[in-house]
Design a protein around this ligand. Structure first.
Ligand code: GLU
Length: 335
């Protein structure tokens, strides 16, 4: 019954369908919208690759891909769909999900914080300005502290837990992009300073070097846009994987992860994103962005040039276009 309702919602979202068959919505229409989004923004050269991590500056700026995975497990793709890039901060969403499953939603709220900082992703001031030293799990400070919450006595055990968790979402093996990992490890002084500062305030829950290294590894995981959309589809489907059928997280925890994505997923421009697009989303400085329409689908887009806040320019535009065409906005009244 639930599946049929989802299908009907997809019909409404992506346009008319003449019949409810195995493909209950108009697949051609979805393909067309993705093609339009790609064509509209493929020549947009605004923004620039991240360069504070030297390996990211070398990524081909012209790469551009879009993928949609529906809660029924159907996959639509466009562009450079086989290009592998570093997941970067989008990893924070999935490590948050794991920490929440392990420690509970209250622990995240109390030990990390869940309010937007309104400041850049690597802000030291955000920690200093807030008396409780609370940040949120989607900025660097909170994300490193979230890694420190993950269970496991040894670094390797912890890393295995995190990478296996990502792979369950992606339904495939994923690896670390070694060039990105070593480049980021060699230019990580700022993150080290943030982690030490949090630790000095009693807001970091393990060894700084070990957890910083795991955080750096998780940011260097390589994904394709399709794999990213696949990972995000679990959040669109209330915690159950649309493909494997496996429940990976509780529906309650999905709601909380989506809440933090809504307020902090695009850093200091999260308010503007919610105002214009209205979908929980998360960006990474590798050029990827995921966006979730709960109960319907997940979108992932990738292109390396970023705006001043660190969000991919083309990915934001493509997702905004698709969301608009699909009438997907979590703040909309749904009939
Ligand atoms: N690994 C990056 C860092 O720690 C992630 C930042 C991002 O993607 O926003 O700076």
């Amino acid at each position: 019954m639930k599946k049929i309702l989802y299908s009907l919602l997809l019909v409404l979202a992506f346009g008319s369908s003449t019949q409810l068959d195995a493909r209950p919505y108009d697949a051609a229409k979805v393909e067309q919208v993705l093609a339009q989004a790609h064509a509209l923004y493929k020549d947009d050269k605004s923004g620039a690759n991240a360069d504070y991590i030297p390996a990211l500056a070398k990524v081909d700026s012209e790469r551009f891909a879009i993928a949609v995975v529906t809660v029924n497990g159907e996959v639509f793709t466009r562009g450079d769909i086989n290009t592998r890039f570093s997941i970067q901060s989008i990893s924070k969403v999935f490590t948050l999900a794991l920490a929440m499953e392990q420690k509970g939603a209250e622990a995240i709220r109390d030990k990390i914080g869940v309010n937007a900082t309104g400041l850049p992703f690597n802000s030291v001031a955000a920690i200093e300005l807030n008396e409780a030293r609370a940040v949120n799990p989607l900025v660097n400070a909170g994300a490193m502290a979230t890694v420190s919450l993950i269970g496991g006595d040894k670094a390797e055990q912890k890393w295995q837990a995190i990478s296996a968790w990502y792979e369950q979402f992606a339904t495939t093996k994923l690896g670390v992009l070694e060039e990105v990992y070593s480049s980021e490890s060699n230019s990580n002084g700022h993150n080290l300073a943030i982690a030490e500062l949090l630790k000095s305030y009693g807001r970091f829950y393990g060894d700084v070097d070990i957890n910083l290294d795991i955080y750096t590894r998780q940011c260097s995981v390589g994904v394709t846009t399709k794999e990213l959309a696949m990972m995000a589809s679990v959040l669109a489907n209330g915690g159950t994987h649309p493909i494997s059928g496996e429940r990976l997280m509780s529906a309650d925890n999905v709601e909380r992860v989506l809440a933090v994505m809504t307020t902090a997923g695009l850093y200091e421009t999260s308010g503007q994103w919610a105002y214009t697009v209205g979908l929980p989303a998360k960006s990474g400085v590798g050029g990827g962005i995921i966006a979730i329409m709960p109960g319907k689908f997940a979108i992932a887009a990738f292109s390396p040039r970023l705006d001043g806040a660190g969000n991919s320019v083309r990915a934001q535009k493509a997702i905004g276009y698709i969301a608009d065409k699909a009438k997907a906005n979590i703040f909309s009244h749904q009939d």
